[in-house]
Design a protein around this ligand. Sequence first.
Ligand code: UT7
Length: 341
Amino acid sequence: MTDPSITPRPRPAGALRRVGIAGLGHYVPERRLTNAELERAVDTSDEWIVQRTGIRERRIAAPGELASEMGARAALEALADAGIGAGAVDLLLCATVTGDYIFPATACEIAHRIGAPQAGGFDIGAACSGFVVGAQTAAQFIATGAYETVLVVGVEKLSAIVDYMDRGTCVIFGDGAGAAVFTTLERAGRGEYLGGSSGMRGGEADALSLPAGGTKSPATFDTVERREHFVRMQGRQIYRFAVTTFVDLVEKALAPYGDDELGLVVPHQVNLRIIESAAEQCGLPMDRVFVNIDRYGNTSAASVPLALYEARAAGRLVPGKLVCCVAFGAGLTWGHVLLRW
Ligand code: UT7
């Protein structure tokens, strides 16, 4: 029997193919964690959280609800939106920092759940930038003719690694998933991928990381006692980096285009103040920037596809106009994807 995932696919001799997005999907858990509930858990207030972050509530996975389950739900919705079955997926990429396991890849678990045994795939570990890096990866495989259909899922179950005794982080993060089906523009008929960028700078794990559980500091009783299996973040450091990077990415991505060509900037939902401050520095009115952080908090790799999904549902992706997705996060990593809807 021939395994389709290992069938060699020669690069066509001609030019690169144009790539588009055929479908979008999302999933958020039912449980809402409100600021009022956090007020009862840590020394914070609804007023502080809303003023400093713009977040009013975030979604939290049910006990036992896995990242792969949330990712699979978003993936199935995206496939249905694209009008194709799971059997057509050639490659499945999962962007996450909160996969079911350190290994195997959550991509494998999602492929199993949706019924895509023929697909190849892997996880993308670029934190909050994971979905845009995944989108770029998908676009390369399709443009070269290596694959026809690539499913990119961004999913996070951050509630599993957030310390609900640390007011500096527990107010920020939430759970959720988003997904997009990439294929040739000819087949997708919309959402043309015009290009993207990605960057990273190492040696800055202190700014944002999960300190223990990796091979640098494997789990011990001490690491558990020191609460090192929870997210640690230097909020201010990330704040400054996020504003500067947002501005740089948007300005460079949109430089070749006229002002009237921009439809919407869909940024990583990092913090409303960061988004507003960066938008002001770029001279972008807020009606050209999509925001849903008030309802979901920061969902890391799920944030951009979830925002893209909701932007389309709200009729904010205008056919023919540019959509610029920008993201930045732990690593440090950053990147953008430019689409013409
Ligand atoms: O996707 C990348 C992931 N990272 C992020 O999304 C984080 C980006 N950074 C941020 O969103 C902001 O830096 C935070 C929301 C985390 C913090 O806001 P800030 O305006 O940068 O506050 P700060 O860290 O400078 O702290 C100001 C004060 C401090 O008190 P003192 O030292 O001035 O007395 C904090 O202890 O606010 C205090 N504080 C809080 N107070 C009430 C920090 N967290 C809280 C809280 N409630 N939840």
